[in-house]
Design a protein around this ligand. Structure first.
Ligand SMILES: [Zn+2]
Ligand SMILES: [Zn+2]
Length: 315
């Protein structure tokens, strides 16, 4: 396609945005993107969400989240900081933290670090135990559970009332289809841009839920941000039902631009509000005291198992 002119200013454009059916120059792409995130914020988030943590891993999505949301929070005068979760992945965690600090520094924000090591183990231990089949569950799924736990616990202990993550539209489509396939409709309810907190569960937000991964990539490039180039050494790269379903929808989206956005919007605005869950009661984990669907909670069970396996190895 020959390069067009920016829809806003008519200068030579750099970004073709199929779902907007428009070309944008760099400045106006940035403006377009920021406006898109602001619209999601205004529609789904409380005007004053209280002290907010932006969870940033250093990947394109969370870095895009950091810049776009910090701008909104700054304008609203909402106190916010950056949270980095250090899982103790050799060669990867340190590198990622450096990039996160660089970006946060540009915005004048502090980076707070929640360390898995403070709980007596690292993801390196988990990886070893999975490799030797003493833990039978994929590393990435354990890692996801650990991150959710640490994020919430850190935020709660440090008095924050909202944690934001960079889940994007591509993730949203994968999760939605997977929960329809598995019939775990209760999982859909979590796919709202803003989920209220209660008890010791801090409110969670995903402002990029209607934003394609590629939009985030263009945005970080346009604003001159830095992202982690390295790939997590523990990532298996195996395709899951999630990723295959996601890719199928995204390939239809290529022919019908915006289809994925429509699907996500209808899921959030029309489908989820109609889901009535039987009052699922959370219990308090008797080990750590945080709300969970089981007692002990998944994190405490994992922690106990890892410490048992690691100490039996040393003997
Ligand atoms: Zn322009
Ligand atoms: Zn627990």
């Amino acid at each position: 396609m020959p390069r067009g002119k920016c829809r806003v200013c008519g200068r030579e454009a750099e970004y073709w945005v199929p779902w907007a059916n428009a070309w944008f120059c760099r400045d106006h792409y940035i403006e377009y993107y920021n406006r898109r995130i602001k619209r999601v914020w205004d529609k789904y988030f409380p005007n004053d969400p209280g002290d907010t943590l932006i969870a940033v891993s250093g990947g394109k999505d969370s870095v895009a989240l950091l810049y776009s949301v910090s701008k909104i929070l700054m304008e609203k005068g909402v106190r916010h900081n950056v949270l980095f979760i250090d899982l103790g992945i050799p060669g990867y965690s340190d590198e990622s933290l450096k990039i996160v600090k660089w970006n946060a520094g540009r915005l004048g924000l502090n980076v707070e670090v929640a360390r898995l090591e403070d709980y007596g183990f690292t993801l390196r231990d988990i990886h070893r135990l999975v490799k030797t089949r003493r833990i039978r569950r994929p590393v990435c799924s354990i890692c996801g559970m650990i991150k959710r736990y640490l994020m919430n616990r850190y935020a709660y202990e440090h008095g924050y009332s909202l944690v934001l993550t960079g889940h994007n539209l591509d993730d949203m489509i994968g999760f939605t289809l997977a929960s329809l396939v598995s019939g775990r409709i209760e999982d859909l309810v979590k796919l709202r841009p803003y989920v209220e907190g209660h008890d010791r569960l801090v409110a969670r937000g995903k402002p990029l839920l209607f934003t394609y991964g590629v939009e985030n990539k263009w945005y970080v490039e346009a604003i001159g941000a830095r992202i982690v180039e390295a790939v997590c050494p523990y990532r298996t790269g195996e395709s899951s039902v999630n990723t295959e379903l996601r890719d199928a929808v995204l390939s239809v989206d290529k022919k019908h631009p915006g289809l994925a956005i429509l699907m996500a919007r209808n899921t959030v605005d029309k489908l989820i509000p109609r889901i009535r869950l039987p009052g699922k009661t959370l219990v308090r984990c008797s080990v750590c005291g945080y709300p969970s669907s089981s007692d002990p909670c998944g994190f405490c069970r994992l922690r106990e198992k890892v410490s048992r396996l690691l100490s039996s190895k040393k003997k």
